[in-house]
Design a protein around this ligand. Structure first.
Ligand code: PGA
Length: 240
């Protein structure tokens, strides 16, 4: 496990972007795992700029997002499908057939989760996973208590996660209390995992993930079991 601490959130985001770009240049036919949320926004901005500058192409890239809210379709502004279109897919050349996000409107979410796992397997597994870290230590929507062997499945969101994401929903909308999320076991199988955490509010989750022990009470601590993990932090999240 490697830990890189940059002076600012901007510098940490730039570093995560640079790792991803170097990987895409080395392996154009790559399979990426992608996160949503506030933390990766500067990474996506930089990726779009790198695409426009001709440094990378997504034409041969396959993507799998970590999660999607149950009950939200691609047209819903707070869905992760619409987030990904807004911040990345509308601006780059990744063919729609190569982008994967769990279908929040699936009639049978368990079946959708199984199909998602099968699609990851058929793509040869995830080569490079970019991850965020929740304030409660969650990775993807794997909340504390999630089994380290868990696979893509329907999950319940904790009150702290619902509170953290409330601002993405209009006042009269109640955020879904469930999501379809890659499991911790699914995430751990990625060849390389880059986890980006910025800001003082993440410091406790960072230290509990990094210091160990690996315990389901802190999903981020499962990363001790992955083969190649790089924590990219700013000083604030590193508590320094
Ligand atoms: P955030 O979410 O980037 O919006 O803080 C991170 C996460 O929940 O994984």
């Amino acid at each position: 496990m490697e830990v890189i601490v940059k002076p600012t959130a901007e510098a940490a985001s730039a570093h995560a972007h640079d790792l991803l770009v170097a990987h895409m240049q080395r392996s154009p036919a790559t399979v990426l795992g992608l996160p949503t949320g506030a933390t990766p926004l500067p990474v996506y901005e930089r990726l779009v700029a790198s695409f426009r500058a001709g440094l990378i192409t997504f034409r041969t890239t396959t993507t799998f997002n970590l999660d999607e809210y149950l009950g939200l379709g691609t047209q819903h502004a707070a869905s992760y499908a619409s987030y990904m279109k807004r911040v990345l897919f509308d601006h780059v050349d990744c063919p729609p057939s190569q982008r994967h996000i769990p279908d929040g409107l699936a009639k049978d979410p368990q079946q959708e989760a199984l199909a998602y796992e099968a699609a990851i397997l058929a793509a040869g597994g995830i080569d490079f996973m970019l991850l965020g870290l929740g304030h409660n230590g969650h990775i993807g929507f794997n909340e504390p208590g999630s089994d380290f062997a868990s696979r893509t499945r329907l999950v319940d969101l904790t009150p702290s996660t619902l509170a953290a994401n409330k601002s993405y929903f209009a006042q009269d909308q109640s955020p879904p209390k469930q999501a379809i999320s890659m499991g911790i076991g699914t995430i751990l199988e990625a060849q390389t995992i880059v986890i980006l955490a910025t800001g003082a509010s993440k410091a406790e989750a960072v230290v509990r993930s990094l210091a160990g022990p690996a315990t389901p009470a802190v999903p981020g601590s499962a990363l001790h079991l992955a083969r190649n993990v790089i924590f990219v932090l700013d000083r604030a999240s590193a508590g320094s």
